[in-house]
Design a protein around this ligand. Structure first.
Ligand code: SF4
Length: 481
């Protein structure tokens, strides 16, 4: 079998969606929006709808189509405003308590919250709240924010937020919904994306612009770092709640997370990935017969590599896209029979060929080893691995599931050593300089910490240092549960 093992890829963050559109079927539009964002999280999905007086929600474990398989679940959600969420749980132990939207009732009303990212002081805030008597059901930062709102003592969410937001540190994109308003919030570094679109009936917020195409919305603009947008019956207004710190969009959005048809900072993700592939081939020219990419995230870069090397781009590996959360994963004994469930090589394409295999990144190396083995078993005479990003040498503390430093092969071994471990005839990584040039925006726009160890948010908090040397205990980065 070849399934990508937990944490052998940078794990997508979450997907958030919100819509304010009186007269539209907002629950169904949110469902379609979440479908478009499904690649950002497959653990759970949920939708909450506001109708001006109250909020109703449905959520469950699994894919969007699984959670809302019964159409009456959507039909029950009537209103003019909605939020939705798909979860990737980076702790690997997700339960329904962590599924979002989180819908809460407190003395001043009701609130639904969805979020993407990770508060690096989330653990500290949680402990403080617990000491004051708060009880938590799950492990999400949304619950921390809900408690902060409830305890703020303010009458409205707009009065509570100025007290709460300055207390949050780290990477966060929140969409909050009251029964009659929608509020999108992006952290002062803008580490995770949030864009605003417009439909004929109202406005849409989403982690990625591909969700706008799905619901027939037109892109208006990105929410800026440190900015919030408030959408209600008065229309649309923006507030800068924190001075915009240096923008630090996660560069892995371009490399791997985002869908190729999404645009980030005005750049199309597919086009950027193709540039990464071209540059990669310039930096590491290889004598070979064909180029193949690992579906789906590496296909754009692989096409750029093929174009640059003047080699045919082939579908050497086929991915089964229909393995859901409830799929029974084979035990070791079955695995050893060579059962291939997620990726299968096309023998007729790779047999007897010198293959250039393009991947977006290597985290621990175990999956790369298996894919190289697969190609060799299918008859490839040589396998040259090209990676369309630099070596991952440092963990992420911002809500992206990676691995601890000790598990990152790029932090432990040299490139020739990694090539040996994964069984490749040669291995080439894109340089950091090449990566940034291909994106075509200044370096200061991005977080590149997992390649460089330079974290945009750490000194002010001490950050998590794998096991928590932050004054006694992990602050809750999610990596070390
Ligand atoms: S550390 Fe890496 S994965 Fe995490 S936000 Fe920064 S660039 Fe993205």
């Amino acid at each position: 079998m070849l399934t990508v093992e937990k944490h052998d890829k940078m794990q997508e963050e979450c997907g958030v969606f919100g819509i304010y559109a009186p007269g539209s079927n907002v629950a169904q539009l949110t469902y379609y929006g979440l479908y478009a964002l499904q690649h950002r999280g497959q653990e759970s999905a949920g939708i909450a709808v506001g109708n001006g007086r109250t909020i109703a929600g449905e959520k469950g474990m699994g894919l969007v189509g699984e959670v809302f398989a019964e159409t009456d679940k959507l039909e029950k959600l009537q209103g003019h405003i909605a939020v939705g969420h798909v979860l990737y749980a980076n702790s690997g132990f997700s339960t329904l308590a962590d599924a979002q939207p989180l819908v809460v009732r407190y003395r001043n009303g009701m609130l639904a919250i969805v979020h993407n990212g990770r508060l690096i002081n989330g653990g500290a805030l949680r402990r403080e709240l617990e000491e004051e008597g708060s009880i938590f059901q799950g492990t999400t930062d949304s619950e921390v924010v809900a408690h902060l709102v409830a305890r703020s003592g303010e009458k409205s969410i707009m009065e509570a937020l100025p007290k709460i937001l300055p207390r949050l540190r780290g990477a966060y994109t929140f969409i909050l919904m009251t029964p009659d308003s929608l509020i999108g919030i992006r952290d002062p570094h803008g580490i995770h994306p949030l864009s605003l679109g417009e439909t004929t009936a109202g406005y849409v917020l989403a982690s990625e612009t591909c969700a706008f195409d799905t619901v027939g919305a037109k892109f208006l603009r990105d929410i800026q770092p440190g900015e919030m947008v408030i959408i209600d019956k008065k229309g649309l207004r923006f507030e800068q709640f924190a001075p915009s710190a240096k923008q630090a969009l996660c560069i892995f959005e371009f490399i791997y997370f985002a869908r190729p048809d999404s645009n980030l900072l005005g750049k199309n993700v597919h086009m950027v990935r193709k540039n990464l592939g071209r540059r990669l081939a310039q930096e590491h020219p290889v004598e070979a017969d064909i180029v193949t990419g690992i579906p789906d995230s590496s296909l754009s870069a692989a096409s750029g590599v093929a174009e640059q090397l003047g080699l045919p781009y082939e579908m050497g590996l086929i991915k089964n896209r229909y393995i859901g959360r409830t799929f029974i994963k084979p035990v070791q004994e079955i695995r050893e029979l060579g059962v291939q469930l997620k990726l299968n090589p096309v023998r007729q394409i790779v047999a007897g060929k010198r293959v250039v295999l393009v991947d977006d990144s290597i985290v621990r190396g175990t999956t790369s080893l298996r894919i190289v083995e697969l190609l060799r078993r299918a008859g490839a005479s040589e396998v040259h691995v090209l990676i369309s990003s630099p070596p991952v040498v440092a963990p992420c503390y911002y809500g992206v599931g990676s691995s601890s430093s000790a598990e990152l092969i790029g932090a432990r071994l040299s490139v020739p050593e990694i090539a040996k471990v994964i069984g490749a005839d040669s291995l080439g990584y894109l340089s950091e300089e090449g990566m940034l040039e291909c994106v075509g925006l200044p370096q200061e726009n991005f977080c590149t910490a997992c390649f460089s160890g330079r974290y945009p948010v750490e000194a002010e908090d001490g950050g998590c240092r794998e096991g928590g040397e932050n004054g006694g205990g992990c602050v809750g980065c999610g990596l070390h549960v």
